[in-house]
Design a protein around this ligand. Structure first.
Ligand code: ADP
Length: 169
């Protein structure tokens, strides 16, 4: 068999990782901001090995909140939810990494903090569903839509970090 140089294997591995790279939209809701949980939440994504590629502090308008939650407009809590999201500063973020959409949801925990496992963000840090401190996209399509709603393409920074080779091998 032909000997394939190690450098080629490494390149193939890097390409395989690059192909699985995903981005997800994560927001710390006004309750999380007011409770001083920004660094706690950012730290959980960061320590896992995910990469922050966009972040801003924003007070969404009610109309903007309605757009963000348009899928839920028939639900009885929709109006209160949109009032709440627009009631104060939100930390809007885009996180990147392999499997970040699905695993981000795992880090966050179940919608109702009473049903979130200990160890998850909502399990550890929240008590009721109407004040569950964080939002995360629930799938690839929503992730794309939400990133486009909250950010301009040029707000997303593409960079490589030295830790990546230790996170992905
Ligand atoms: P998730 O945020 O986990 O994706 P959903 O998309 O179902 O959950 O709901 C969006 C948000 O609406 C929840 O995070 C929560 O803040 C709020 N919400 C969901 N269900 C209820 C409820 N029964 N009462 C009040 N607020 C709710």
């Amino acid at each position: 068999a032909l000997a394939i140089p190690a450098a080629v294997y490494m390149l193939q591995e890097q390409e395989a990782h690059a192909a699985q790279m995903e981005q997800t939209f994560i927001a710390i809701k006004p309750d999380g901001v007011q409770r001083g949980l920004i660094s706690e939440i950012v730290s959980r994504f960061e320590r896992k090995g995910f990469k922050l590629v966009a972040i801003k502090v924003v007070v969404p308008s009610k109309e903007f909140a309605e757009k963000h939650y348009h899928d839920l407009k028939e639900r009885p809590f929709f109006n209160g939810l949109c009032d709440f999201l627009s009631s104060g500063p939100v930390i809007a973020m885009v996180w990147e990494g392999e499997g970040v959409i699905k695993y981000g949801r795992k880090l966050i925990g179940a919608t109702d903090p009473q049903k979130s496992e200990p160890g998850t963000i909502r399990g550890d840090l929240a008590v009721v569903v109407g004040r569950n401190i964080i939002h995360g996209s629930d799938g690839p399509e929503t992730a794309k839509d939400e990133i486009n709603l909250w950010f301009k393409p040029e707000d997303l920074v593409s960079y490589s970090s030295n830790a990546e080779k230790w996170i992905y091998g």
